[in-house]
Ligand binder design. Structure first.
Ligand SMILES: NC(=O)c1ccc[n+]([C@@H]2O[C@H](COP(=O)([O-])OP(=O)(O)OC[C@H]3O[C@@H](n4cnc5c(N)ncnc54)[C@H](OP(=O)(O)O)[C@@H]3O)[C@@H](O)[C@H]2O)c1
Length: 242
């Protein structure tokens, strides 16, 4: 579970442990990982690392295999958005960082997990995309490009890794986490919630339930290459907001 120390990743890790899985969480900050793992409880281990660094990814995946003697589910959840503004004005180092963390890292982690475990034992990969990947935005263009591409990576790898490994994505709308705080704080969230047909913002637990569903062969055994949109109906609203 990349980006497991808070927000959506922590909720997914908690739901998986509750369902009986053993989970390795990772993020850059060791203290945050340690605290999240302690909160989630037995069955949750942690190893700190930067998702975009190959040596960190290898170390975390090795630690997972050592600790749990197997790896069946990979959730590519960590992402970044270092630039807000029109894509035409994006400075290229920040654009590159967005690509590295949001797009190249999920491929890197999937390659490593496949080569070291999934190829032999089978399993499931879940990529956390975004509804932003379906449209355009005045300020989130760089981020949205990576999420659109991640949905296509999901399709491509689903075709390549079948039949042993299923690869799916989740595209959330606005979820109440630190990452999206600027979009829902100070009453902004209420306006978005009002525009969603289901009249509320998402919670990390909504995404966790969807991840459990996609990871489980009993509920999703014939599902691969798909993106599950989880946005309170935002994409189908008469006055679409996302
Ligand atoms: N919140 C929303 O409204 C929303 C909507 C659509 C999609 N999403 C997607 O959902 C996913 C999770 O977002 P969130 O809202 O839960 O964010 P969050 O609360 O900010 O959590 C992000 C997690 O990723 C880790 N992380 C960030 N950069 C990292 C890096 N370079 N290497 C390793 N770990 C890193 C963070 O820990 P450290 O800081 O310790 O590294 C943290 O554990 C992302 O893919 C995001 O794009 C979110």
């Amino acid at each position: 579970m990349t980006g497991g120390s808070r927000g959506i990743g922590k909720a997914i890790a908690g739901a998986f442990v509750e369902a009986g899985a053993q989970v390795m969480i990772t993020s850059r900050k060791a203290d945050a990982c340690r605290a999240a793992a302690a909160e989630i409880g037995d069955g949750c281990a942690w190893a700190a690392g930067h998702v975009g660094r190959a040596e960190d990814a290898e170390r975390v995946i090795d630690a997972t295999l050592e600790r749990f003697a197997g790896l069946h589910i990979l959730v590519n959840n960590a992402a970044t958005n270092p630039y807000a503004g029109p894509l035409i004005d994006a400075d290229l180092p920040r654009w590159q960082k967005t690509l590295d963390v949001n797009l190249t890292a999920p491929l890197l982690w999937t390659q490593l997990a496949w080569r070291r475990a999934l190829q032999r034992g089978g399993g499931s990969v879940i990529n956390i995309a975004s509804v932003g990947g379906f449209g355009t935005s005045p300020i989130l263009g760089s981020y949205d490009v990576t999420k659109a591409a991640l949905m296509h990576v999901t399709k491509q790898l689903a075709a390549e890794l079948a039949p042993g490994v299923r690869v799916n994505a989740i595209a959330p709308g606005l979820i109440k986490t630190d990452f999206a705080r600027a979009l829902w704080d100070d009453g902004r969230g209420e306006k978005v919630a009002e525009a969603y047909p289901l009249k509320r913002l998402g919670e990390p637990e909504d995404v966790a339930e969807a991840a459990l569903h996609l990871a489980d062969d009993a509920t999703s055994g014939w599902v691969t290459g798909q993106t599950l949109v989880l946005d309170g109906g935002g994409l189908v609203a008469f006055n679409r907001v996302s």
